[in-house]
Design a binder for this molecule. Structure first.
Ligand SMILES: [Zn+2]
Length: 416
């Protein structure tokens, strides 16, 4: 039940009447509306008025913190304000507000409905609620929304940076899908061809709409929102984020953790993912440029890093988090010489297939151009990160998930 897709998804200018129809169909009489100061102004207030005009009981929680974070403080604010009556929660906002609502509704045994106010992220239709707990980001598997009602008039007025971030998150699907194919080919990861194709197709369709997205036209924003929801559906259907989150998301997670740890302002998820996608598309470009002789020479010269040296790297990079990361990296850390030789053999034997996978990732220059068209950042400097922080993400980001990615392949090949 919990992993079901939403029963209805709409992207038009009738979001409020769709919500009212939903309440009528399901006999919903009590709701809890979660918004922040901004999203209440652009949509939440009208939603509340529309519901109350129907005689429905609406408990509204409007956060007035300058930057809403999906943390215990905000969840507690909901818990102490809303009564114990069964209510349908309504998230009016972007990713963070949706995640707060996803968690609070799930924990209280209530369903929720998402009303996105910005096409900024592909997580609306997901089960995962990433929360910051004690300064560490942890994803709780909770529930998907029962319905998504996106109001196009509201989406087109979203800050340009948020629209560009949604587009950046989508560009990451190119590298995520290719990384998954590599994981299947070289590391026997479970795989689903249809889902991989759907994931890359979302990125392709949005690329074709870059101009319209950049202009902020209703058609472009509609296509982007549809892409974000479709991307979420691929993960719901797979029951995992494997298809839509590869090395580009590992860089993004690395930067996010670092900013959090150092108390620096957060950067939009999709902005980080977009820049990381450029870097990884460039890495795929390097792979495409290798000839057979280069590959043989590189594999010949490649040696298994020692377990101790790898553990020392992880400890130096992650400090307190190192034990958890070391545990997750065990399949890589525990590689024997024989298994490493077999992996190198496999890479060499399947090189044509590796090239075919790399060919599915657009060149770094093309990803850069698409991001520029929508007005998104394309370099770490534009994100406000340093060159050293780029290198650190390249060196350590791949440790954050137990997944085989182009970064793992690049390490075997001695490519940076
Ligand atoms: Zn993402």
């Amino acid at each position: 039940m919990d992993n079901q897709r939403p029963e209805i998804v709409t992207i038009d200018n009738q979001a409020i009447s769709h919500l009212i129809d939903y309440c009528r169909r399901h006999g919903v009489a009590k709701l809890a509306l979660i918004a922040d100061h901004n999203t209440y102004g652009v949509l939440g207030q009208a939603v509340e008025a529309g519901l109350k005009a129907q005689g429905l009981d609406v408990a509204s929680i409007v956060f007035d913190t300058p930057e809403v974070v999906a943390d215990a403080r905000h969840i507690l604010q909901i818990m102490v304000t809303v009564d114990r009556a069964p209510r349908t929660y309504v998230a009016v906002g972007s990713g963070t507000l949706t995640d707060i609502t996803r968690f609070a509704s799930w924990r209280t045994g209530n369903p929720f409905v998402a009303m996105p106010t910005a096409p900024s992220v592909d997580g609306f239709a997901s089960l995962g609620a990433p929360l910051i707990v004690e300064g560490v980001k942890t994803t709780y598997i909770t529930q998907a929304p029962r319905a998504i009602f996106a109001n196009l008039d509201t989406l087109v007025t979203a800050p340009r940076a948020m629209i560009a971030a949604g587009f950046g998150d989508i560009m990451g699907k190119f590298t995520a899908a290719a990384d998954w194919r590599l994981g299947h080919l070289l590391w026997d990861e479970p795989f689903d061809e249809a889902i991989a194709q759907r994931t890359a197709a979302v990125a392709q369709r949005c690329t074709e709409q870059a101009q319209a997205v950049g202009e902020g036209s209703p058609d472009g924003v509609h296509a982007l929102m549809e892409g974000l929801i479709d991307s979420g559906f691929t993960m719901l259907d797979l029951g995992s984020s494997r298809n839509a989150s590869g090395s580009e998301h590992h860089y993004s997670h690395y930067w996010e953790m670092k900013l959090l740890e150092e108390g620096r302002p957060a950067i939009l998820h999709g902005a980080k993912v977009g820049v990381a996608t450029v870097l990884l598309a460039q890495l795929y470009d390097c792979i495409k440029a290798l000839n057979r002789q280069d590959v043989s020479d590189r594999l010949e010269a490649s040696t298994l890093p020692t377990r101790d040296s790898e553990i020392a790297r992880i400890q130096a990079a992650f400090g307190d988090m190192a034990p958890a990361i070391i545990a997750a990296q065990r399949p890589f850390l525990d590689l024997t010489e024989a298994a490493y030789s077999a992996l190198k053999q496999r890479i060499g034997d399947n090189w044509d297939e590796v090239l075919a996978i790399a060919a599915q990732v657009p060149p770094g220059q093309e990803i850069t151009r698409s991001l520029q068209i929508v007005g998104g950042p394309t370099t770490v400097a534009e994100l406000g990160l340093t060159a050293q922080e780029q290198v650190a993400a390249e060196q350590y980001g791949h440790y954050l998930r137990q997944r085989f990615t182009v970064r793992k392949l690049a390490r075997v090949l001695g490519l940076g």
